[in-house]
Design a protein around this ligand. Structure first.
Ligand code: AMP
Length: 364
């Protein structure tokens, strides 16, 4: 079978790699010339909004998927009807606009931080009155890894924040003094079959994911089930096909939804070694209409991102129970260039190993 992928970064690369053993050939499209995925699969270099490029991409494909959520809806419309685009358009529309996303959560009884639109200075003032302070002002579109965000602590911050961010559609959210950040990944097939990976705990530095622990320690069955029921509801109500990630804040027994990613997700990289079927393989299976694989864990796992600098393979692999994944990218400050999975049946061994290897790339 043949799968098209919009985007040829490390996620596209890992999807393509997961496809090979299943006999799936991937054809990727990316505007950048030398991408992480071009080292392992066929990549057409071209713009996503160029109809000729999209026409070249879809030749003899069974489905098209993507590795990033800001896919142009016009591109999806161009492809739709000729080849199935999975996950579908509805999930993209929801994920591309933080206001649509939070409203979707609210409409489906998924708890969120208080929020309000803030497209004008007056609207921002009423949003502050509604949401309270402290609060986070975010761009509704195109924000990622904490970019396009500013925290408002006092009334006097309102105008300054407006000057920094005003002019594009914004959303104000209550600042959540969370205990930790969690995510839950799930997959849904064409026939509606679903699988859910265990909830994981995520650590960020300056908005960038640095480490994930699977499963999240001491979550308890009630919160685990609540997170899973949230993501199942999203998959069903979006008539979703593929892997979806839901990011959550845990605060005083509450789980507040922050955002979804309608794609494979960095907090699911541990599944390559730590689950019966990786998120990448399950995504390929789902979007091509194959039966899904088990999402059960194999013992315990953690994922450590390599950001901005590359340790040598030996530096990582000298530590038992580690698995190295390099993306073939030139290191630059803040750039994800690889990750390490630690897997062991004993969670203490996993934690100790993470402590030994974290910081090998210079981050904390
Ligand atoms: P986002 O781009 O929405 O994923 O936000 C990036 C990071 O900013 C999150 O991973 C959180 O650490 C933090 N953050 C986002 N929204 C909030 C909020 N409402 N309250 C507290 N922290 C937040």
């Amino acid at each position: 079978m043949r799968l098209g992928i919009l985007g040829a970064g490390q996620l596209g690369r890992m999807i393509a790699l997961a496809g090979y053993p299943l006999g799936v050939r991937c054809q990727l499209l990316d505007p950048a010339p030398d991408t992480s995925a071009s080292q392992v699969a066929s990549v057409i270099s071209g713009r996503y909004d160029d109809p000729d490029m999209l026409d070249r991409l879809v030749t003899r494909l069974d489905a098209v998927t993507y590795e990033f959520e800001n896919v142009d809806i016009a591109a999806v419309e161009h492809l739709d009807g000729r080849v199935p685009v999975r996950p579908g358009r509805r999930a993209l529309e929801v994920a591309q606009d933080r206001l649509a996303e939070k409203s979707f959560f609210q409409d489906h009884d998924i708890e969120t931080p208080a929020f309000a639109p803030a497209d004008t200075l007056d609207e921002l003032r009423s949003a502050v009155a509604h949401v309270g302070l402290p609060a986070v002002l975010k761009t509704r579109r195109l924000g990622y890894d904490g970019k396009g965000q500013v925290v408002l602590r006092e009334e006097v911050d309102i105008e300054r924040a407006w000057e920094l961010g005003g002019g594009v559609p914004l959303i104000l959210e209550a600042f959540v003094p969370f205990e930790r950040e969690l995510s839950v990944l799930a997959v849904r097939g064409v026939d509606g079959d679903m699988g859910c990976y265990p909830v994981v705990e995520n650590h960020h530095v300056e908005g960038i994911l640095t480490r994930s622990y699977a499963p999240a320690s001491d979550l308890g069955p009630e919160l685990e089930e609540r997170a899973r029921s949230y993501v199942r509801r999203l998959l069903t109500d979006l008539d979703y096909v593929g892997v979806l990630a839901l990011e959550l804040f845990q605060a005083e027994g509450r789980l507040l939804a922050n955002e979804i990613a309608p794609r494979v997700h960095n907090s699911g990289h541990w599944t390559i070694e730590g689950a019966e079927t990786s998120q990448f393989e399950n995504h390929v299976r789902a979007v091509l209409g194959m039966p899904l694989g088990s999402t059960s864990m194999r013992g315990h796992a953690a994922m450590v991102n390599l950001i901005g600098a590359l340790p040598t393979a030996d530096q990582v692999l000298a530590h038992p129970h580690t698995h190295l994944h390099l993306y073939g990218k030139e290191p630059r400050p803040g750039r994800k260039v690889g990750h390490v999975t630690v897997r062991h049946d004993d969670p203490e061994v996993v934690r100790r190993t993470v402590e030994r290897i974290r910081g090998l790339d210079g981050t904390l």
